[in-house]
Design a protein around this ligand. Sequence first.
Ligand code: AMP
Length: 213
Amino acid sequence: MKNLVLFGPPGAGKGTQSALLVKQCNYFQISTGDLLRSAIKEKTKLGMEAQSYMDKGALVPDDLVINLVDEVLSKLNGKSFILDGFPRTKAQAIALDQLLLNRKLKIDLAVFLEVENKKLVMRLSGRRVCQTCGAVFHIQNMPPSVSGVCDNCGGLLVQRPDDVENVIEERLRTYAANTAPLRDFFKESGVYVEIKGDNSAELVFGKILELIK
Ligand code: AMP
């Protein structure tokens, strides 16, 4: 199976598609956002350092996330992986190449999920996440059967602190300034593919499956 980078703006569907790839294709997901949120929950040193950046919608410093990814890459056990939300800067992309080279691994495809800004704001502001199992819902597009309650585990659904309007705007600005330019980096590496991310999750997933066949 192919090793993937899933990238695109916040709200493009990286997490949703990664979850489907994990469930249906047994991929190993490396989501720096999820890892940082767990670090915050567990009040680790990394979590405490990362929180102020995340609350503002800014990027956590490169060295912290690069070390985090380095640690996780040592737990792959031969599985194919998806990088979800990493790299987000050119420095991270360059560091990633080196980390992979050290382990004789490589990225086969960098899948860019394209979604227009208006839709991103709608998706992010309506997103609700299960406090217990992390399942993701949307108050309009993917509502749970009982409002505020997770369909999977009965946990409480909450809004991420960075899914509020002013932070969403900052995250989109951060993305445009730092992460969007990575499209050229991946194009030059010959691994870049683009998918329209504004279709249903099932349709987008079908396209990804065709690409990784
Ligand atoms: P996400 O869950 O991918 O939307 O990430 C949530 C937040 O975590 C981002 O707004 C950043 O503050 C931080 N973060 C996640 N991944 C990275 C990364 N690769 N580099 C820097 N900050 C990150």
